[in-house]
Design a protein around this ligand. Structure first.
Ligand code: HEM
Length: 232
């Protein structure tokens, strides 16, 4: 408890918690993307994957709880650090600082806020299924005869709506931009960044974020373009 208190109250502790929680969330969004890309395979693949995840039962709930704690810590400390920095920074320094910092680093709070709003929308859309109670009823028969939830149909129907797809593409673009600075920043905070490979790390972050954005955007685009269709 004493250690937690020290972490939350010291500046370096807060940055460390931001970096660690950010790393966990980064791991989640990457894993989630890899899982979702199975929408390009026959529907059995993603439906079996979703079924296996659900079959984890209590373990899945523990993972969800852990992710939620990481998200709360990350957002809460981001707000705290932003307010503290604003209060501590005299105007003249602020101008100088703006010149040196990258645009991605300066808009972290704003892009983070959009990502948070996207997560709320996304949970309402696909997890709580507000406006689409029928998605909870759609079932799919796996090759071994097991009846499972039809996540494939849910994704195809969800992205068939042009406005929803545009919103997803914009949101993942903003998330990718947030990550492009987040990756560099967390490596720096964890003390792993050194002068020799700073350039390489920055290039990796940009390449990773472009790939992350394009792969995420490919799903709504594939549905809208008719490449991924609802199965019979
Ligand atoms: C095109 C991109 C995406 C697709 C196709 C997608 C698809 C889905 C689907 C189908 C579910 C519900 C799974 C179920 O009902 O079993 C889900 C849940 C979720 N997604 Fe996404 N997602 C995408 C992007 C994202 C992004 C970028 C984030 C984070 C910023 C995210 C965060 C979540 C979370 C937190 C859940 C809840 C997980 C849970 O219930 O355990 N998703 N997603």
């Amino acid at each position: 408890m004493h250690l937690l208190g020290a972490l939350f109250n010291s500046s370096i502790g807060k940055k460390l918690l931001m970096a660690v929680s950010g790393l966990v969330l980064f791991g989640f969004v990457t894993g989630h993307l890899v899982g979702n890309l199975q929408v390009f395979l026959p529907p059995d693949a993603i439906n079996l994957y979703a079924h296996r995840l659900e079959s984890l039962g209590i373990v899945l709930w523990l993972i969800r709880a852990f992710l939620l704690v990481c998200l709360i810590v990350h957002v809460w400390l981001a707000i705290k650090l932003t307010l503290e920095n604003r209060a501590a920074r005299p105007e003249a320094y602020a101008v100088q600082h703006v010149n040196r910092a990258t645009l991605a680093s300066r808009v972290m709070a704003r892009t983070g806020f959009v990502v948070l709003a996207f997560i709320v929308f996304h949970l309402a859309h696909y997890t709580v299924r507000i406006g689409h109670p029928e998605w909870a009823e759609h079932t799919f028969r796996l090759s071994d005869g097991t009846m499972v939830r039809d996540v494939h149909t849910m994704i195809v129907q969800g992205f068939s709506h042009l406005g929803v797809s545009i919103f997803y593409i914009l949101a993942v673009g903003i998330l990718a931009y947030h990550l492009s600075h987040g990756i560099v920043s967390l490596v720096q905070t964890l003390g792993l960044k050194n002068e020799r490979w700073t350039r390489g790390l920055e290039r990796f972050a940009v390449a990773y974020c472009w790939l992350y954005f394009l792969l995420n955007a490919s799903m709504p685009l594939a549905v809208l373009g008719g490449f991924v269709k609802q199965h019979a």
